[in-house]
Design a protein around this ligand. Structure first.
Ligand SMILES: NC(=O)c1ccc[n+]([C@@H]2O[C@H](COP(=O)([O-])OP(=O)(O)OC[C@H]3O[C@@H](n4cnc5c(N)ncnc54)[C@H](OP(=O)(O)O)[C@@H]3O)[C@@H](O)[C@H]2O)c1
Length: 312
């Protein structure tokens, strides 16, 4: 299949690599130095756990023209970056678009693309279950299996599910379809937000974060509050096991995070405070419609916001 990966950070690079291994006709859209690097050296990925490096040669473009049509466009970027590409996606004539990455408002993005589009569009949303980071020189990915994506669309089956299954058929990459992708995303954001706030507060000094038991306990309590807040706001906890494990076993979770900070894995995932800030800003807009109390989450957000204003 003819596919485009639009946004080539570490998540997009792993996806592009997977699509190549699946015998697809892969084009990637990258910009600036990264596009130059890909042209000169191919897509070079260091797979941290597997201790191997892969190099893939693909077509590289730097702009998406309206008549440049693909079977599927995978847009892989931060929540805060999607906004700049929605108008380009809307006027491109590709029918099937999958937006991959954390997303607080999938419905709003779908509505924007569809209402500004010149052709019929199928929009779906996904989240790749891998981590990683990128430097100028290298993209490193952290994955425990061949790769996995949780994906869904609004209240119905993804219209191009079969096309997606064909695209990944020759790979070991797992597709996990979710009926309520909006609730899934919100739960995932609750799951990652407190720890990301703690890391920002500690200026990404993971050793110091790991030693700060009071902070890690606050993180776990903030997650617990977040999951309960979602229920209060009318969202389901999805996956239920994830929320249950946090809400019923706070101390075990605390121990897990304590140990996690002693592993090399903690340094292998990249987060952007700007994206995290966008998530808590959105979350607090929703929270304003409820009287539910989240003192630990509020405290983490307050500390992060103070640091953010001080750093500015
Ligand atoms: N990294 C992780 O460990 C991890 C783990 C789980 C989930 N996620 C989530 O996955 C999503 C993507 O993360 P990521 O780490 O892959 O992000 P990323 O490293 O920032 O990659 C996004 C890529 O999109 C490109 N991009 C942004 N705006 C663009 C535009 N207007 N036109 C063309 N290209 C554009 C960026 O290009 P430039 O390089 O030129 O800026 C960047 O290479 C996020 O929601 C993140 O939270 C990340």
């Amino acid at each position: 299949m003819r596919v485009l990966v639009y946004g080539m950070g570490n998540q997009g690079s792993l996806l592009a690599h997977t699509l190549v291994t699946g015998n697809n006709d892969v084009t990637v859209l990258a910009r600036g130095e990264r596009a130059k690097q890909f042209r000169e050296k191919g897509i070079v990925i260091r797979h941290f756990i597997q201790r191997k490096t892969t190099i893939d040669q693909v077509k590289i473009i730097t702009e998406l023209e309206p008549h440049d049509v693909y079977d599927v466009i995978f847009v892989v970027m931060k929540y805060t970056d999607f906004k700049s590409v929605l108008p380009i996606l809307a006027i491109n004539e590709t029918k099937n678009i999958l937006l991959v990455g954390n997303n607080f408002n999938p419905a709003e993005m779908e509505e924007y693309i569809k209402s500004n589009s010149t052709n019929e569009k199928n929009i779906a949303f996904g989240f790749q279950m891998s981590g990683g980071k990128k430097s100028k020189e290298q993209i490193t990915v952290l994955r425990t299996n061949a790769g996995e994506m949780v994906l869904g669309s609004h209240g119905e089956k993804i219209q191009f599910q079969t096309t997606l299954e064909d695209i990944f058929a020759k790979t070991k990459y797992k597709l996990s379809f979710q009926e309520d992708i909006d609730a899934w995303f919100k739960n995932h954001i609750i799951y990652v937000l407190p720890l990301n706030l703690a890391h920002f507060i500690k200026d990404y000094d993971y050793k110091s974060a790991g030693k700060d038991s009071a902070l890690l306990k606050e993180v776990v309590k903030a997650m617990h509050e977040g999951f309960d807040l979602l229920v209060d706001l009318g969202y389901k906890n999805i996956p239920k096991g994830q929320a249950d494990f946090v809400t019923k076993h706070e101390y075990l979770n605390f121990l897990f995070y304590k140990l996690y900070h002693h592993t090399p894995m903690v340094k292998q995932s990249e987060s952007s405070f700007i994206e995290i800030k966008a998530f808590y800003d959105e979350l607090y807009k929703l929270k304003a419609t409820s009287s539910f109390k989240t003192p630990n989450l509020d405290s983490l957000v307050k500390k992060a916001e103070e640091k953010y204003l001080l750093d500015k």
